[in-house]
Design a protein around this ligand. Structure first.
Ligand code: PNS
Length: 177
């Protein structure tokens, strides 16, 4: 019986590292929910903030990194890092076992499926795992948060205090509360 369990469970000396990549421009409570869930499943979670030359982010790479760092201080097995270039190469560099991506709704699926299979084609060893954030965050996106903040709407239910303040300073008086 014990042999059976030994086969299923990896030796405890194996460190399971997962990479959670994204733009996080800005990080939302949905992202944090996924980070918290991943931190309970893996030994080490690396949140990889991507530098993407094709996108014009509202926040710099350093700002996005800091905004996430501030919200994961209580999670001892979570690190925040920045990366550029191919995700699969970054995963290998970090000795990662898998990539986590959040799936909010069916509409996310097509792109995520394409990206997961492309990453597998680029590197067979890199698995992609999908995690669903809490249902109440299924409508949440960084894009909508930025739009609401830029138009003076209240985003306090969607992001941390630090992110809300950062949005406020970026959009001036428009972002209230
Ligand atoms: O939060 P986002 O914008 O949906 O994250 C997309 C991200 C950063 C995960 C994706 O663009 C990515 O992996 N970029 C790194 C470059 C890369 O490996 N591209 C090929 C993906 S198949």
């Amino acid at each position: 019986m014990s042999g059976f369990f030994f086969t299923l469970n990896p030796p405890s000396s194996i460190m399971r590292t997962v990479i959670y990549p994204g733009s996080f421009d800005p990080p939302t409570n949905g992202h944090l929910d996924v980070i918290q869930r991943a931190s309970r499943l893996f030994d080490r979670v690396i949140v990889g903030v991507a530098r993407n030359e094709n996108k014009q982010p509202l926040f710099t790479l350093a700002e996005r990194r800091t905004l996430i760092e501030e919200s994961v201080v209580d999670l001892g097995n979570v690190e925040v890092d920045v990366f550029e270039g191919l995700l699969v190469e970054y995963v290998e560099k970090q000795n990662g076992n898998a990539v986590i991506r959040g799936l909010r709704a069916v509409s996310d699926f097509e792109f995520e499926f394409q990206m997961a299979l492309m990453n597998r084609k680029l590197n067979e060893k890199v698995e992609t795992l999908f995690m669903m954030p809490r249902a109440s965050y299924s409508f949440l996106s960084s894009h909508l948060v930025k739009e609401i903040a830029s138009l003076g709407g209240d985003v306090s239910a969607f992001v941390t205090q630090s992110v809300r303040k950062a949005l406020q300073s970026r959009f001036g008086k428009a972002a209230r509360n």
